[in-house]
Ligand binder design. Sequence first.
Ligand code: ZN
Length: 251
Amino acid sequence: MNIKQNLILITLVLFMSACTHKAPYTNRNQMILISSEKELALGKQSYEQTLKESKIIYNTKDSLRVKRIGERIARVSQKNYAWEFNLVNNKAKNAFCLPGGKVVVYTGILAVAKNDDQLATVISHEIAHALARHGAERVSAGMISQGVQTLGNIALSTQGSQYSQAFNIAYGLGAQYGVLMPYGRLQESEADEIGIHLMHAAGYDLNEAIKFWENMSAGKNEGIEFLSTHPSSKNRIKNIKNIIKKVQKTR
Ligand SMILES: [Zn+2]
Protein backbone atom coordinates (compact mmCIF):
# COMPACT_ATOMS: atom_id res chain seq x y z
CA MET A 1 0.00 0.00 0.00
CA ASN A 2 1.29 3.46 -0.78
CA ILE A 3 0.94 6.49 1.49
CA LYS A 4 -2.17 7.75 -0.25
CA GLN A 5 -3.97 4.45 0.18
CA ASN A 6 -2.86 4.38 3.78
CA LEU A 7 -4.35 7.79 4.42
CA ILE A 8 -7.61 6.80 2.80
CA LEU A 9 -7.77 3.68 4.92
CA ILE A 10 -7.02 5.60 8.12
CA THR A 11 -9.65 8.16 7.24
CA LEU A 12 -12.23 5.48 6.61
CA VAL A 13 -11.46 3.74 9.89
CA LEU A 14 -11.70 7.05 11.75
CA PHE A 15 -15.02 7.88 10.15
CA MET A 16 -16.44 4.45 10.83
CA SER A 17 -15.50 4.53 14.49
CA ALA A 18 -16.74 8.11 14.64
CA CYS A 19 -20.26 7.04 13.75
CA THR A 20 -20.67 5.06 16.94
CA HIS A 21 -20.68 8.04 19.33
CA LYS A 22 -23.85 9.26 20.96
CA ALA A 23 -24.28 12.16 23.37
CA PRO A 24 -25.59 11.18 26.82
CA TYR A 25 -29.29 11.89 27.58
CA THR A 26 -29.97 13.45 24.16
CA ASN A 27 -28.70 10.46 22.12
CA ARG A 28 -27.52 12.79 19.37
CA ASN A 29 -25.14 11.15 16.90
CA GLN A 30 -21.66 12.63 17.11
CA MET A 31 -18.64 12.57 14.88
CA ILE A 32 -15.62 12.24 17.15
CA LEU A 33 -12.23 11.35 15.69
CA ILE A 34 -10.20 11.38 18.90
CA SER A 35 -9.99 8.42 21.24
CA SER A 36 -11.12 8.93 24.83
CA GLU A 37 -7.61 8.02 25.95
CA LYS A 38 -6.00 10.73 23.85
CA GLU A 39 -8.63 13.20 25.01
CA LEU A 40 -8.03 12.40 28.68
CA ALA A 41 -4.27 12.69 28.27
CA LEU A 42 -4.58 16.09 26.60
CA GLY A 43 -7.11 17.15 29.22
CA LYS A 44 -4.76 16.24 32.05
CA GLN A 45 -1.92 18.17 30.42
CA SER A 46 -4.04 21.29 29.93
CA TYR A 47 -5.47 21.02 33.41
CA GLU A 48 -2.04 20.92 35.03
CA GLN A 49 -0.96 23.88 32.93
CA THR A 50 -4.11 25.82 33.90
CA LEU A 51 -3.57 25.18 37.61
CA LYS A 52 0.05 26.24 37.37
CA GLU A 53 -1.05 29.60 35.96
CA SER A 54 -3.94 30.10 38.40
CA LYS A 55 -4.34 31.20 41.97
CA ILE A 56 -6.26 28.32 43.53
CA ILE A 57 -8.23 29.02 46.67
CA TYR A 58 -8.08 26.35 49.37
CA ASN A 59 -10.24 25.67 52.41
CA THR A 60 -12.48 28.67 52.33
CA LYS A 61 -16.25 28.50 52.68
CA ASP A 62 -16.66 29.06 48.94
CA SER A 63 -13.96 26.63 47.79
CA LEU A 64 -15.49 23.89 49.95
CA ARG A 65 -18.90 24.81 48.55
CA VAL A 66 -17.64 24.34 44.99
CA LYS A 67 -16.27 20.90 45.93
CA ARG A 68 -19.43 19.84 47.76
CA ILE A 69 -21.74 20.85 44.92
CA GLY A 70 -19.40 19.45 42.27
CA GLU A 71 -19.13 16.09 44.00
CA ARG A 72 -22.89 15.85 44.36
CA ILE A 73 -23.29 16.33 40.59
CA ALA A 74 -20.36 14.02 39.80
CA ARG A 75 -22.04 11.25 41.79
CA VAL A 76 -25.05 11.20 39.44
CA SER A 77 -22.97 11.53 36.25
CA GLN A 78 -22.24 7.78 36.11
CA LYS A 79 -18.67 8.54 35.09
CA ASN A 80 -15.81 7.03 36.96
CA TYR A 81 -13.54 10.05 36.51
CA ALA A 82 -10.89 11.24 38.93
CA TRP A 83 -13.02 14.31 39.58
CA GLU A 84 -11.46 17.53 40.83
CA PHE A 85 -13.11 20.83 41.70
CA ASN A 86 -11.13 24.02 42.10
CA LEU A 87 -12.07 27.55 42.93
CA VAL A 88 -9.68 29.98 41.26
CA ASN A 89 -9.24 33.63 42.12
CA ASN A 90 -10.26 35.38 38.89
CA LYS A 91 -12.74 38.18 38.30
CA ALA A 92 -14.11 36.63 35.09
CA LYS A 93 -17.61 35.20 35.42
CA ASN A 94 -16.48 31.82 34.23
CA ALA A 95 -16.14 28.10 34.79
CA PHE A 96 -15.10 25.10 32.71
CA CYS A 97 -14.68 21.35 32.91
CA LEU A 98 -11.82 19.59 31.16
CA PRO A 99 -12.02 15.99 29.96
CA GLY A 100 -11.77 13.57 32.85
CA GLY A 101 -13.82 15.70 35.23
CA LYS A 102 -11.40 18.51 36.02
CA VAL A 103 -13.63 21.41 36.98
CA VAL A 104 -12.43 24.98 37.45
CA VAL A 105 -14.74 27.68 38.83
CA TYR A 106 -13.70 31.33 38.88
CA THR A 107 -14.58 33.51 41.86
CA GLY A 108 -16.23 35.95 39.42
CA ILE A 109 -19.09 33.55 38.78
CA LEU A 110 -20.01 33.53 42.48
CA ALA A 111 -21.47 37.01 42.06
CA VAL A 112 -23.83 35.61 39.41
CA ALA A 113 -24.62 32.24 40.98
CA LYS A 114 -26.41 33.54 44.04
CA ASN A 115 -27.04 30.23 45.83
CA ASP A 116 -26.06 26.54 45.76
CA ASP A 117 -28.70 25.63 43.18
CA GLN A 118 -27.46 28.36 40.82
CA LEU A 119 -23.85 27.31 41.31
CA ALA A 120 -25.00 23.75 40.60
CA THR A 121 -26.47 25.08 37.34
CA VAL A 122 -23.19 26.34 35.97
CA ILE A 123 -21.18 23.36 37.24
CA SER A 124 -23.73 20.93 35.73
CA HIS A 125 -23.62 22.80 32.45
CA GLU A 126 -19.82 22.65 32.24
CA ILE A 127 -19.74 18.99 33.30
CA ALA A 128 -22.33 18.32 30.59
CA HIS A 129 -19.96 19.68 27.92
CA ALA A 130 -17.30 17.23 29.16
CA LEU A 131 -19.66 14.24 29.37
CA ALA A 132 -20.87 14.90 25.83
CA ARG A 133 -17.26 15.34 24.66
CA HIS A 134 -18.09 18.61 22.94
CA GLY A 135 -14.44 19.65 22.83
CA ALA A 136 -13.48 16.43 21.05
CA GLU A 137 -16.32 17.02 18.65
CA ARG A 138 -14.99 20.50 17.90
CA VAL A 139 -11.43 19.26 17.42
CA SER A 140 -12.82 16.61 15.04
CA ALA A 141 -14.71 19.19 13.02
CA GLY A 142 -11.49 21.23 12.78
CA MET A 143 -9.55 18.18 11.66
CA ILE A 144 -12.03 17.50 8.88
CA SER A 145 -12.01 21.09 7.67
CA GLN A 146 -8.24 20.87 7.42
CA GLY A 147 -8.61 17.96 5.04
CA VAL A 148 -7.67 14.37 4.75
CA GLN A 149 -3.96 15.04 4.40
CA THR A 150 -3.71 16.70 7.81
CA LEU A 151 -6.08 14.21 9.31
CA GLY A 152 -3.70 11.44 8.27
CA ASN A 153 -0.76 13.34 9.70
CA ILE A 154 -2.50 13.87 13.01
CA ALA A 155 -3.54 10.24 13.21
CA LEU A 156 0.03 9.12 12.54
CA SER A 157 1.91 11.58 14.72
CA THR A 158 2.60 10.49 18.26
CA GLN A 159 3.27 14.00 19.58
CA GLY A 160 1.41 16.58 17.54
CA SER A 161 1.72 20.06 18.98
CA GLN A 162 -0.82 21.38 16.49
CA TYR A 163 -3.10 18.80 18.03
CA SER A 164 -2.81 20.13 21.57
CA GLN A 165 -3.13 23.69 20.32
CA ALA A 166 -6.36 22.81 18.54
CA PHE A 167 -7.38 21.09 21.73
CA ASN A 168 -6.86 24.18 23.87
CA ILE A 169 -8.93 26.27 21.49
CA ALA A 170 -11.68 23.69 21.21
CA TYR A 171 -11.96 23.24 24.95
CA GLY A 172 -11.98 26.95 25.54
CA LEU A 173 -9.21 27.28 28.06
CA GLY A 174 -8.57 30.52 29.87
CA ALA A 175 -10.57 33.47 31.04
CA GLN A 176 -12.05 34.38 27.69
CA TYR A 177 -13.70 30.97 27.23
CA GLY A 178 -15.94 28.64 29.22
CA VAL A 179 -19.27 30.22 30.04
CA LEU A 180 -18.13 33.45 28.44
CA MET A 181 -17.08 32.02 25.10
CA PRO A 182 -19.62 29.34 24.45
CA TYR A 183 -19.52 26.34 22.19
CA GLY A 184 -21.81 26.37 19.17
CA ARG A 185 -25.52 26.80 19.68
CA LEU A 186 -26.27 23.10 19.29
CA GLN A 187 -23.69 22.13 21.89
CA GLU A 188 -24.78 24.92 24.23
CA SER A 189 -28.42 23.85 24.25
CA GLU A 190 -27.35 20.23 24.59
CA ALA A 191 -25.20 21.14 27.62
CA ASP A 192 -28.19 23.00 29.04
CA GLU A 193 -30.35 19.91 28.58
CA ILE A 194 -27.84 17.43 30.02
CA GLY A 195 -27.09 19.90 32.82
CA ILE A 196 -30.76 20.04 33.82
CA HIS A 197 -30.89 16.22 33.92
CA LEU A 198 -27.83 16.17 36.17
CA MET A 199 -29.25 18.87 38.47
CA HIS A 200 -32.51 16.97 38.67
CA ALA A 201 -30.79 13.68 39.49
CA ALA A 202 -28.68 15.42 42.14
CA GLY A 203 -31.80 16.94 43.71
CA TYR A 204 -31.23 20.62 42.97
CA ASP A 205 -33.99 23.17 42.37
CA LEU A 206 -34.40 23.39 38.59
CA ASN A 207 -36.13 26.77 38.73
CA GLU A 208 -32.88 28.26 39.99
CA ALA A 209 -31.32 27.31 36.62
CA ILE A 210 -33.59 29.85 34.96
CA LYS A 211 -32.62 32.45 37.55
CA PHE A 212 -28.94 31.76 36.99
CA TRP A 213 -29.16 32.36 33.22
CA GLU A 214 -31.27 35.45 33.86
CA ASN A 215 -28.51 36.74 36.13
CA MET A 216 -25.93 35.96 33.44
CA SER A 217 -27.84 37.86 30.80
CA ALA A 218 -28.45 40.80 33.16
CA GLY A 219 -24.71 41.34 33.56
CA LYS A 220 -24.03 40.97 29.89
CA ASN A 221 -23.76 44.56 28.73
CA GLU A 222 -20.07 44.08 28.25
CA GLY A 223 -19.82 44.80 24.57
CA ILE A 224 -21.14 43.81 21.20
CA GLU A 225 -18.44 41.23 20.60
CA PHE A 226 -19.52 39.26 23.61
CA LEU A 227 -23.20 39.42 22.67
CA SER A 228 -22.53 38.23 19.15
CA THR A 229 -20.78 35.06 20.30
CA HIS A 230 -23.45 34.19 22.83
CA PRO A 231 -26.73 32.43 22.05
CA SER A 232 -29.71 34.68 22.59
CA SER A 233 -30.44 34.50 26.30
CA LYS A 234 -34.19 34.79 25.71
CA ASN A 235 -34.14 31.68 23.56
CA ARG A 236 -31.88 29.90 25.98
CA ILE A 237 -34.18 30.57 28.92
CA LYS A 238 -37.21 29.52 26.88
CA ASN A 239 -35.48 26.26 25.93
CA ILE A 240 -34.46 25.59 29.52
CA LYS A 241 -38.05 26.08 30.67
CA ASN A 242 -39.17 23.47 28.12
CA ILE A 243 -36.46 21.05 29.21
CA ILE A 244 -37.50 21.46 32.86
CA LYS A 245 -41.12 20.68 31.97
CA LYS A 246 -40.00 17.56 30.12
CA VAL A 247 -37.70 16.39 32.91
CA GLN A 248 -40.32 16.92 35.61
CA LYS A 249 -42.88 14.93 33.61
CA THR A 250 -40.63 11.89 33.40
CA ARG A 251 -40.47 11.48 37.17
ZN1 ZN B 1 -21.55 26.11 27.60
